[in-house]
Design a protein around this ligand. Structure first.
Ligand SMILES: Nc1ncnc2c1ncn2[C@@H]1O[C@H](COP(=O)(O)OP(=O)(O)OP(=O)(O)O)[C@@H](O)[C@H]1O
Length: 322
């Protein structure tokens, strides 16, 4: 697995409370060396728990983690110097300037002071380095946090929802910074539930749901043959019967805001013919590109559905034919 910056196999973690809660449920993750890897999943799907295990902050119940081939947590001391992470908002002194805050940190971790100017430049903060931290925008505060993780020259950067709470300009700044860090040869793992945002900068992604891997690969691979769908606009009362006709013809059909979306590389003319044969006439019909966001919703919805069906079968309450 030496071509992986991070790999996990069968990673598991439950939290004990009133009830046992499975947060990570046999996760197999592969993060290639170099580039931005989006670690995506809905709220509560286990992203933060996974990241905390990668950093040795909590212990897995089971499974294996390797970072640059080193087993974690056992060999964490051998590799932690190569890893920089932001998992929570780091604390800085509000009345110190950005530069003073970084200089303090640099001396605490034994890094040369001249590195401070370099990381300020790398995160686009050189111009504001002499201003007090308290006067920084949220995006600048987050970039100072990134600058702090760069002090020890890490090969791998791990960011847990780094754009949380930022406005569009702040999101853009962080996104540009992450892209630049990866273009300089580092590996950046960034978790998010905002998929459209990660889609723009990620080279590869892993999508998780309920603590399990649902899909991984390049954005293009995951979108795959869903890249083209056919949108069909009908009279509102015809949606269900049209869906029945197309599904019976073997097509995958979803209702989307009252319209039908026919997934897969389907020729709009075939859809038109199938409907017309049954006396259903489309008001509009055309190809649409599908983004990662809708694929993600579909995948996590399918995973959830599979889980419900398995549970129903166990309890004997489900539709056995399903
Ligand atoms: N310290 C804890 N004690 C008990 N349950 C926890 C704890 N931390 C997380 N959980 C639960 O574990 C599950 C996974 O949570 P986690 O924070 O890892 O997900 P996440 O994907 O990072 O979510 P978000 O996008 O909301 O940050 C959730 O059901 C959450 O409620």
């Amino acid at each position: 697995m030496s071509d992986c910056a991070i790999s996990t196999d069968g990673l598991r973690k439950s939290y004990r409370g009133v009830r046992r809660r499975v947060a990570v449920d046999g996760l197999d993750l592969r993060v290639p060396v170099g580039g931005v890897h989006g670690f995506l999943g809905p709220n509560g799907s286990g992203k933060t728990t996974t990241i905390r295990m990668l950093l040795g902050l909590i212990r897995p119940d089971d499974g294996e983690i390797r970072i640059f081939g080193h087993e974690v947590p056992a060999a964490l001391p051998d590799v932690i110097a190569r890893v920089g992470a932001i998992v929570e908002s780091p604390k800085f002194f509000p009345n110190f300037t950005g530069r003073q805050n970084l200089e303090l940190l640099a001396s605490a971790i034994g890094t040369k002071r001249r590195r401070v100017s370099k990381v300020l430049a790398e995160t686009g903060l050189a111009d504001r380095a002499g201003d007090r931290f308290a006067t920084y925008s949220l995006g600048m505060k987050q970039r100072l946090a990134i600058a702090a993780t760069l002090l020890k020259e890490p090969d791998l950067l791990i960011f847990d929802e780094p754009t949380n709470g930022l406005d569009p300009a702040g999101i853009h700044e962080i996104r540009t910074t992450m892209r630049r860090l990866a273009d300089e040869g580092r590996t950046v793992l960034v978790s998010s539930h905002i998929l459209a945002e990660v889609e723009q900068i990620a080279d590869t992604v892993s999508i998780i749901g309920r603590g399990r891997l649902i899909a991984s690969g390049s954005v293009a691979e995951i979108i795959g043959d869903r890249a083209e769908s056919v949108r069909v606009v009908l009279r509102p009362d015809e949606g269900e019967s049209a869906k029945g006709v197309l599904t019976a013809a073997g097509l995958t059909v979803r209702l989307d805001h009252g319209d039908l979306l026919v997934d897969g590389a389907t020729d709009p003319a075939d859809v038109n013919r199938l409907l017309a044969e049954q006396g259903l006439y489309a008001r509009e019909l055309g190809g649409v590109r599908v983004g990662l966001e809708s694929v993600f919703l579909e995948l996590t919805h399918d995973a959830e559905l599979g889980r419900t069906r398995r549970r129903d079968r166990r309890h004997g309450t489900g539709d056995e034919a399903a």
